[in-house]
Design a protein around this ligand. Structure first.
Ligand SMILES: Cc1ncc(COP(=O)(O)O)c(C=O)c1O
Length: 464
């Protein structure tokens, strides 16, 4: 009745199990019909008793057959209509599907990093050393708030380079900004419901807060950062800001406005979320100190990331919670588990302890500074007076304000795509209306100097 194949890599008992199960599911073996005894079937198949016994036991355990004392095994009554079709079919041979590739000759996406500069050799060494030292700890869950050593390294780095004042107890290791904001949303739900977001601004905070049931109010951004009069006039009690390098416009919020923003937050239990995502990358002059450092005991949640200098793929970021939110954080999240791998955290801690991080920051600042200057020269050369650059001098992108172009953003992006140029739509940073004049967001981190020059030359021919 059943034919087993000795050449098939699938064990014989599993082949028999599959065959009987198919017969049961298809109704070929009717309910309550008796299966041959183990001995009979083994003889019929010229197989061992273990093979038949193994198949029967698995079918029995899954309920396809039942047993009666001293009578043997019988087919269970199954609802044929509800039987999973896929179970009675042969498993599909797994084909190795090629991942669709998006190959752009010129990728101006603002979140791309230099393709050659991930410090792989140092990272590998720190990783292997951490693995050796941590092998016992890998048998348990790590600290849900993040590895203590990493939090200590981040604390002293933030104090030295960003003027942030905190202790490691306040630091939460996260897997990116969306994770931090999700935690913040949970902490503030119930006591707050309206968030002011920059317009134009990073799209992610809008999405995270909306998904958590908050109302997001877009507040216009000017050369002084978030418009504070509009903020005060709004019903927001939380303000998400990028004061040291506004995304996307690159503005730096001046000290007078920073102090006013802090004053706003202190008037009635409001909160500031300071996203300090790329402030290490300032090419002329010193990095702008953080807002948090102006009021370490204030209502400021500070957020930072390793995505801009080290790697966005590692998903390593952190936030500093003000003391009054810590108790609530522990209450809500004490039963959660860490979201960033313990080994990656310890590798990064070692990388920082051994001084590699700060050397890497300096190296990347030089590399990106050169790319940035190349981009400015190429734009001046190829666009001339037809474009004004906004937000230069920092970060991994600039904004081009075009003049004299009759084309809209969609048309420019489509034309660019046909020529192998990837452009990130500026309009996705706009919470409400589209920008009045066409603007291009040009990331330069992932491109070589010659790609920047060639890409800009080509782009300048497509925009008008
Ligand atoms: C404004 C802003 N904040 C934060 C981030 C980084 O977030 P993450 O740590 O999730 O990679 C980005 C990335 O592009 C960003 O543009």
């Amino acid at each position: 009745m059943f034919i087993l194949n000795n050449q098939d890599p699938l064990p014989l008992y599993k082949q028999l199990y599959n065959l009987i199960r198919e017969h049961v599911l298809s109704g070929k073996l009717p309910a309550d019909s008796r299966l041959p005894s183990v001995r009979e079937l083994a003889a019929e198949l010229a197989a061992s008793r273990n093979t038949v016994e193994g198949a029967y036991q698995e079918l029995y355990a899954e309920g396809y057959i039942y047993s009666k004392p001293r009578s043997g095994y019988f087919v269970s009554a199954l609802d044929q209509g509800a039987a999973p079709l896929s179970l009675s079919r042969k498993p599909r041979k797994s084909r190795h599907l090629q991942e669709p590739s998006s190959s752009y000759r010129f990728d101006f996406h603002p979140a791309r990093l230099d393709r050659e500069s991930f410090p792989a050799a140092l990272w590998r060494k720190c990783f292997i050393d951490s693995l050796r030292e941590s092998s016992r700890d890998l048998t348990q869950y790590g600290n849900p708030q993040g590895e203590w050593r990493l939090r200590c390294s981040i604390q002293s780095y933030l104090e030295r380079s960003r003027g942030v004042r905190c202790d490691p107890e306040q630091i939460v290791i996260c897997a990116g900004l969306q994770h931090s904001l999700d935690i913040v949303a949970h902490l503030l739900k119930g006591s707050h419901s309206v968030v002011a977001v920059e317009n134009p601004g990073y799209h992610l905070p809008r999405a995270v807060f909306r998904n958590n049931g908050f109302e997001c109010i877009p507040i216009a951004v000017g050369a002084g950062g978030l418009d504070l009069d509009l903020l005060k006039a709004s019903s927001s009690t939380i303000a998400y800001v990028t004061p040291s390098h506004q995304l996307p416009m690159g503005y730096v919020m001046p000290i007078a406005n920073r102090l006013k923003l802090i004053e706003w937050a202190e008037s009635g239990g409001k909160l500031i979320i300071e996203d300090d995502y790329d402030s290490e990358l300032r090419y002329h002059g010193k990095p702008i100190p953080s807002l948090q450092g102006l009021r370490p005991a204030g209502n400021i949640i500070y957020s930072g990331t390793f995505s801009k200098i080290l790697s966005p793929a590692l998903r390593l970021s952190y936030m500093v919670l003000p003391h009054p939110l810590l108790a609530r954080y522990r209450e809500l999240f004490q039963d959660y588990f860490a979201t960033v791998s313990l080994l990656e955290q310890r590798t990064l801690a070692k990388f920082m302890e051994q001084g590699h991080w700060e050397r890497h920051v300096r190296r990347m600042r030089t590399i990106y500074g050169k790319k940035h200057d190349t981009l400015l020269r190429a734009v001046a050369h190829h666009f001339g007076t037809r474009a004004v650059i906004v937000g230069q001098g920092a970060g991994l992108h600039v904004v081009l304000q075009l003049s004299g172009s009759t084309l809209g953003e969609t048309e420019i992006i489509a034309r660019a795509e046909q020529e192998g140029i990837r452009l990130f739509p500026f309009s996705s940073t706009c919470a409400s209306s589209k920008p009045d004049s066409p603007k291009l967001m040009l990331g330069f981190g992932g491109m070589t100097a010659s790609e920047i020059e060639e890409g800009i030359a080509l782009l300048s021919q497509l925009c008008f």
